[in-house]
Design a binder for this molecule. Structure first.
Ligand SMILES: [Zn+2]
Length: 137
């Protein structure tokens, strides 16, 4: 990873680095449609990196089949990898999940839904916000 301070990047820099679709989700807190993301049902072993800055965020070992239409994890790779903050957009109170390294939008986290996972949390993350590096964990 470079030593860039991604938190100081301008909108123009992000527009140059990302595709319009990536920019919409990562930098404008958009959401990709359900069921279309490339990692929705992926079970490949590996590490998911932030597509904006390259930071390691999630692992396949915490990914689970939520059937919600987006890649779902019950935990980030480490607690300090993501920032969670209240999101009151769209008339709902949700918890937004952002990359701690660059501040890009990843998705939302939902608690207490009854999934049979160690945390009962569902980190509902846009595929387009991540890049999977296939490797043994
Ligand atoms: Zn990032």
């Amino acid at each position: 990873m470079s030593e860039q301070n991604y938190k100081e990047w301008t909108e123009e820099q992000w527009r140059e680095k990302l595709t319009p679709e990536e920019f919409y989700v990562l930098r404008q807190a958009g959401t990709e449609p359900p069921g279309v993301g490339e990692y929705t049902d992926t079970t490949t072993e590996g590490v998911y990196h932030c597509r904006a800055c390259g930071e390691e965020l999630f692992r396949s070992t915490e990914k689970f089949a939520s059937h919600c239409g987006w890649p779902s994890f019950f935990s980030p790779l480490a607690g300090d990898k993501v920032i969670e903050r209240e999101d009151r957009s769209h008339g709902m109170v949700r918890t937004e999940v952002l990359c701690a390294n660059c501040g890009s939008h990843l998705g939302h986290v939902f608690a207490g839904e009854g999934y049979d996972t160690p945390t009962d949390l569902r980190y509902c993350i846009n595929s387009i916000s991540m890049t999977l590096e296939e490797k043994e964990i």
